[in-house]
Design a binder for this molecule. Structure first.
Ligand code: AMP
Length: 112
């Protein structure tokens, strides 16, 4: 089944895109949980963290480099939180690997 994130990659549905390159896409979460709430995805369809293979390691590393670049562009000097939900216990809703990048406020630890 085509995920909503694949539809965003293919421009079948709109999104507020803040960064794009040949491997990655970053866009605003439709239900933001912080002043800055971005979704960072690979263009390659990988359902969950558990589906990452050795062949994807450079790609996943690239996504973290993208997050650092976007954080600098947005001036998130005070920091931000990166979250990935894997599977039902973590509440993953969209089966396309993604990292939530949350910033613009402080966060509690441990998370709920
Ligand atoms: P997760 O629970 O980790 O799978 O989170 C999925 C995230 O995708 C949620 O924070 C949703 O608000 C977000 N989301 C779902 N549909 C869209 C959409 N069309 N555009 C932007 N964000 C979306």
């Amino acid at each position: 089944m085509t995920t909503v994130f694949k539809k965003i990659i293919d421009r079948q549905i709109p999104a507020k895109i803040v960064y794009e390159d040949d491997q990655a896409l970053v866009f605003e979460d439709i239900h933001p949980q912080a002043p800055v709430h971005l979704i960072v995805i690979p263009k390659k369809e990988i359902p969950t963290v558990n589906d990452i293979t050795e062949a994807d390691e450079a790609l996943v590393g690239h996504l973290f480099g993208v997050m650092a670049k976007v954080a600098r562009q947005l001036g998130l000097a005070g920091g931000y939180r990166v979250v990935t939900n894997c599977g039902p216990d973590a509440g993953q809703e969209v089966m396309h690997l993604h990292f939530h990048m949350l910033g613009g406020r402080t966060f509690d630890w441990p998370p709920g």
